[in-house]
Design a protein around this ligand. Structure first.
Ligand code: B1M
Length: 217
């Protein structure tokens, strides 16, 4: 019931109720992951459907995104455990050029941080050169790219080509995710892994870091 109220608050763009219900759900003993999956993401799914069907428009979707952001601030300390800042691996993460969507990317970053990885989030609308700059500076094991538009998905390939051109392709593993990305896209474009969800991204990142470290030793 409380989780449903969080989902409803997401759809209605009601920040106060969203925050209140998220705190109530935690107090009632729901895990942060339950609040995320059955409250926040369940609500976002409805928003996505309504947006697609022209039943919700950009300002309303942005209000839903605000609710999500505020609820995530409540969940963040609970999702990000004491495992942080270990030597588990580094991930450079960003949304590709031309793409402003960051809710999924932020969630992936949060979950990865929670699992103990160092996350360098370079933000939204990032051209290939900025990914390269971050790789040179941070020396990550993994480069993560998020794309939610059919028009911006090809930018992932541009990042891969730039890594190749800079002689960095063999030093990192790459992962991509977002609404328009699937396994076929990843296979066709030579990305190392597809991240279907933030939860899956944690496990995949661990595998990719292990591979990079094994190859380097
Ligand atoms: Co946009 N939008 N949007 N939008 N938007 C979509 C993506 C769309 C599918 C909606 C639709 O029409 N059905 C559609 C794209 C269609 C297409 O290209 N095939 C679309 C469109 C068309 C647009 C605009 C062009 C609309 C317009 O202006 N006419 C415009 C483009 C702006 C731009 O980027 N240049 C636009 C704008 C916006 C808002 C600004 C209003 C807002 C974004 C706010 C923000 O991000 N701060 C927005 C939103 C919210 C959406 C929907 C409704 C929801 C996206 C979302 O946040 N989902 C979306 C509909 C949909 O996806 N069904 C839609 C929740 C989030 C948790 O899921 O991002 O998928 P997601 O992330 C998941 C996984 O995919 C995965 O983990 C996450 C958590 O499990 N994942 C990764 C994501 N990245 C990963 C990276 C990884 C691994 C896993 O490794 C690196």
């Amino acid at each position: 019931m409380t989780l449903q109220k969080i989902a409803d608050a997401m759809v209605e763009g009601d920040v106060e109720t969203g925050k209140e219900m998220a705190q109530k759900a935690l107090d009632e003993g729901h895990s942060p992951n339950q609040v995320l999956d059955d409250g926040v993401l369940a609500g976002m799914e409805v928003v996505g459907e309504r947006f697609k069907n022209y039943e919700m428009y950009i300002p309303e979707v942005l209000s839903s995104a605000k609710v999500m952001h505020e609820v995530m601030e409540i969940l963040r300390p609970k999702l990000v455990s004491g495992e942080q800042a270990s030597n588990k691996g580094t991930v450079v993460l960003g949304t590709v050029e031309g793409d402003m969507h960051d809710i999924g990317k932020n969630l992936v970053g949060l979950m990865l941080e929670g699992a103990g990885f160092k996350v360098i989030d370079i933000g939204i609308d990032q051209p290939a050169k900025n990914f390269i700059e971050a790789v040179k500076k941070e020396n990550p094991e993994v480069v993560g790219m998020s794309a939610l538009l059919t028009t911006t998905a090809p930018k992932i390939k541009e990042v891969l080509d730039a890594l190749e051109a800079e002689g960095l392709r063999d030093k990192v593993k790459t992962m991509a995710g977002g609404a328009v990305i699937d396994q076929a896209f990843v296979d066709e474009n030579g990305v190392d892994a597809y991240g279907p969800s933030a939860t899956a991204a944690m496990e995949i990142t661990q595998q990719l870091v292990d591979e990079v470290r094994k190859n380097a030793s």
